[in-house]
Write a protein that binds this ligand. Sequence first.
Ligand SMILES: Cc1ncc(COP(=O)(O)O)c(C=O)c1O
Length: 395
Amino acid sequence: MGGLAATLGAVGLTPFELAAQRGQRGAAAGGAAAKPDGPPKDPQVEYEKMAKLANNENPYGPSEAVMKAMNDAWKYANRYGYPDGGIRDAIAEHHGVKPENIILAAGSGEILKLVDDVYLPDHKIVVGMDPTYGSVYQYTTNSKAKAIKVALKKDYTADIDAMIQETKLHSRDVGLVYLCNPNNPTGNIVNKADIKKLLNSIPEEIPVLIDEAYHHFVDNPNYETSIPYVLEGRRVIVARTFSKIAALAGMRLGFAIAPKEMVGEMGPFALSSISSVVKYGGVAALKDTAYEAKMKAMNKQLRDRTTAELKQLGWETIPSDANFFMVNLKTDMGPIQTEFQKRNVLVGRRFSPMDNWLRVSVGSDDEMKRFVTVFKEIFPNGPDAKKPTTSAGGI
Ligand SMILES: Cc1ncc(COP(=O)(O)O)c(C=O)c1O
């Protein structure tokens, strides 16, 4: 079961689809002669039951102001994304750059794909950390580029010296350096001195993509956004999203901030399939700084409470500056992810080579309580027990 769940996770099924699979498997397991499990499960009902701690989403949803702005924009649903509420200007102003520095996308995932299309053609190389948010590596498979994945250091932070070394060694073929800051899945930051060192050490023509999807959650004096490097004219692309702190994951809005010349290189490849409605939502989200501060504070409080509870039970976690954290299960995470799922808690997915670590998103107060209760149920004897307890009596 663990293997199957891991495989499902790896092929990227949504929690919705996973829940549906679960219903089907339950029925299939009964076989022709056995009593069926009952009527097939409604995937939506199944999904609603779950504590959703697997996708680093915002559990509270968009702010009142954002909802109102989007509701007021429904009248443009018949238009191709325009009028747009002035979203490009609003993003530029908010971040102290010019509109010509902005590329809009339907989520920052689309920015990562765009960067791959432009800077990683056949045989080019991307240098990045391992593990990290894997999309850029996945896209290289299609574009026939290659990835040099640099292992994290023993403390699970980026090995910037090794990344510099690999980039210099292959400099003729490196099309991109990718840094996720804070890093997904570890939740820790790449500190500002390391970013400076990297940019000052590699050939200046090599583009560097800095994925700041979790920027708004960070509370760490060693962290700094990399937008100032764009203003300096360096070949730096900063990717941002409205999916996380602004809670608009399902509405799809992200953007890149880059030097004008790079916007010119990427622009022709951009899809820009963004709805009018979310553009109005985005403008309102930028203005609603009070909501953003509240989300940040609530996330920190629940993340720190949950990791403190785990620590008290003897478990190791990686200090996180994001809306998720990792806990060392000391056993393969696949079967444990399945055990959580059986108890209506969605966690994970697998981030090899950290196969013994489980990534847990920070949900609502209730969801985090459910997570801790289930965690204790699966591991009643703490981290030093030989085997976790499973609902089937053993994994
Ligand atoms: C680091 C990172 N970058 C980019 C994305 C893509 O997010 P979206 O396309 O919703 O903006 C995610 C999503 O989880 C992420 O974790």
